[in-house]
Ligand binder design. Structure first.
Ligand SMILES: Nc1ncnc2c1ncn2[C@@H]1O[C@H](COP(=O)(O)OP(=O)(O)OP(=O)(O)O)[C@@H](O)[C@H]1O
Ligand SMILES: [Mg+2]
Length: 221
């Protein structure tokens, strides 16, 4: 199963979601490849920090990460062969709606669009939703897209209202919600997943809920 994490708006939590979803899926469900498809190199930078950690902090499991960002042609050339060897491929897209994102979406079974509970960010997500619709209508792209509430600040009206506000896109909204939690940022800096950095935390639980929803897709597929 190939899953793109995509939203042309910067800073909505794509890389945080891609890294920790890949981490959560790899814990019990075999081989996962996290593809850095952002020229900024966030996921591959995370891998470099990870490689500097002592082995006990980053247990060896089925998680692999591309050591360098892949462009559109790398995706097209390499992903099918990689996907055959993997249970899941998670693609971390960059803050754009361009060639790389189109290539990623064309190759994906599912897309997760993280959206933060801000009216500006909700409006900006429209460009990505339109990109997916265009791909479906004009290029026969078969990706199934889901919105994911990301960086929600608990106890705020924006956080409470976001689910209603997202109805405007007429796309399914994942039940999982990823709240704004400092541990996610800290874990990213040291190259760990949230399960490695703060096992049993609320943030780790939120990613378990997300991973369960993704595993259900596999059963339905
Ligand atoms: N749920 C969260 N809780 C706390 N901090 C978060 C959360 N999600 C993201 N962040 C922080 O916000 C910043 C942007 O997050 P991230 O890099 O995941 O976003 P992005 O959408 O991948 O950005 P870009 O568009 O630049 O690729 C980072 O510093 C990250 O640590
Ligand atoms: Mg990113």
């Amino acid at each position: 199963m190939i899953i793109s994490v995509v939203n042309g708006k910067g800073g909505v939590g794509k890389s945080t979601v891609a890294i920790n979803l890949a981490g959560s899926l790899s814990r019990e469900n075999g081989k996962v490849l996290l593809v850095d498809a952002d020229p900024q190199g966030t996921a591959s930078g995370w891998l470099k920090a990870r490689e500097e950690q002592p082995a006990e902090r980053v247990p060896r499991n089925g998680l692999r990460v591309t050591p360098e960002p892949w462009g559109a042609s790398d995706l097209a050339d390499k992903i099918s062969a990689e996907a055959r060897e993997m249970d899941f491929v998670v693609i971390d897209c960059g803050p754009a709606n361009g060639k790389i994102e189109r290539a990623a979406l064309a190759l994906s079974d599912f897309a997760i669009i993280p959206v933060t509970p801000s009216p500006y960010d909700i409006r900006s997500a429209k460009t990505t939703v339109d990109l997916i619709r265009e791909g479906r209508e004009e290029a026969g792209v078969r990706v199934k897209a889901f919105l994911l509430i990301s960086r929600k600040v608990v106890g705020t009206s924006l956080g409470r209202d976001v689910r209603d506000a997202l109805q405007v896109f007429d796309l399914p909204i994942l039940k999982a919600e990823i709240c704004h939690r400092v541990a996610l940022c800290e874990a990213g800096i040291v190259g760990q997943t949230i399960h490695e950095y703060e096992p049993g935390s609320l943030a780790a639980e939120e990613f378990d809920i997300l991973a369960k929803e993704v595993l259900k897709w596999r059963k339905q597929n």
